[in-house]
Design a protein around this ligand. Sequence first.
Ligand SMILES: Cc1cc2nc3c(=O)[nH]c(=O)nc-3n(C[C@H](O)[C@H](O)[C@H](O)COP(=O)(O)OP(=O)(O)OC[C@H]3O[C@@H](n4cnc5c(N)ncnc54)[C@H](O)[C@@H]3O)c2cc1C
Length: 461
Amino acid sequence: MTAERLVVIGGDAAGMSAASQARRLRGPDELEIVAFERGRFTSYSACGIPYWVGGQVGERDELIARSPEEHRARGIDLRMRTEVVEIDVEGRRVRSRDLDDEGSGETWTSYDKLVIATGARPVRPALPGIDAPGVHGVQTLGDGQALLDSLRGTRGRRAVVVGAGYIGVEMAEALIHRGYEVTVVNRGAEPMSTLDADMGRLVHEAMTGMGITMVDDTEVTKILTGDDGRVRAVAAEDAEYPADVVVLGIGVRPETALARDAGLPLGEHGGLLTDLAMRVRGHEDVWAGGDCVEVRDLVSGTFRHIALGTHANKHGQVIGSNVGGGYATFPGVVGTAVSKVCDLEIARTGLREKDARRAGLRYVTVTIESTSRAGYYPGAAPMTVKMLAERRTGRLLGVQIVGREGAAKRVDVAAVALTAGMTVEQMTALDLGYAPPFSPVWDPVLVAARKAVAAVRAATG
Ligand SMILES: Cc1cc2nc3c(=O)[nH]c(=O)nc-3n(C[C@H](O)[C@H](O)[C@H](O)COP(=O)(O)OP(=O)(O)OC[C@H]3O[C@@H](n4cnc5c(N)ncnc54)[C@H](O)[C@@H]3O)c2cc1C
């Protein structure tokens, strides 16, 4: 029997999870696996880059879950520094080139099954000076290394972070740990646009309290350089922010140029569209997962592009199971995300007010103040919980939490409630754990749910 060939494009979370799971289910006699990765690393945690740059994680290699050699030892033919430049869907083959050997020409590799896991590409606006030394992205381990080298090579101690999404705020923390004076320049009205503005304001205030200069509502227009060609400031329309180093955290877009050129279906956010088994719509033997796809939002029913490692790993597992002859599905997400800046924890799940409005939902909101532990227990810290519930039905629509230790992972209760389609009234009966060191007798999420029940009743009359 000739083995089928699985070709995987992309050697990180989604691609190598898919390859590894397929290999667990089918041995090399049945399934040959060829994986292409244009970079120098496989299966690494970009999520850990802020903590490596900040010094909490000592070595780069601690972020690598599985090296190319380890994948090869498990029977995966991994071709590093090899970029796929074309997918020929009709001919069931991909064209690739070796980035370290320009003279070697291009090679066609045929496939029986194809997995596209090309990830996302960071937004890098074409501003004057954007490529100057001292301006850094943080998408890859190579980027992290370049930033660390740059920090070691500068004498000045002023850093500007452009963008105040979760990567921007995590990098602000990293630079604080490295002893920098940090300014965060953000085009939105408040940091963390994944939260409603009233909750984003709390993040703004807390970051200001940490000594970070927060500049909101401001569009960067250029990067200014000194006589040595290195960055010296970030310029906005009517102000300049001096910088010895600049970190860009402006967001990402799905890396789907190859897929688009191959005629594969893309959604309105530019991500590949798949069915629930992660098979590319209309293509029996092509699969896609991770940051290059759009996912179904289970609360609003719409498709969104959400670039998170937690989804990429699950997609890979689902794809590998299906390609390996098993059966698995990825039903969608409720939009859960957590992050932190120094001791401030930030969490969200479900819909923001504007998402609910866009989806045509009518809703009530409540915001409560509570504490992380019983008020009398040492270390009790304030926590703000905002909850959205549907008018009339009382269905939970979303939760946002800003607080100190213990705030972020509380959102998981709400994520479960959203996934189960619970009402806020049902949530009030949840049997959550209580002891003074862990929560007040009414957990902050339950306090919000109780208040939301009252708001739903008041709105319904
Ligand atoms: C600084 C930072 C912090 C983060 N923190 C978190 C977090 O706390 N929690 C969380 O859930 N997520 C986090 N993420 C997001 C998470 O890292 C990504 O969602 C995850 O890596 C996506 O995995 P992926 O396999 O889809 O894509 P990627 O990790 O981008 O991998 C895609 C791979 O495909 C390769 N590739 C692309 N095109 C080609 C081609 N044509 N030929 C060959 N190879 C190709 C690329 O080189 C890349 O290695 C963070 C990301 C960053 C940058």
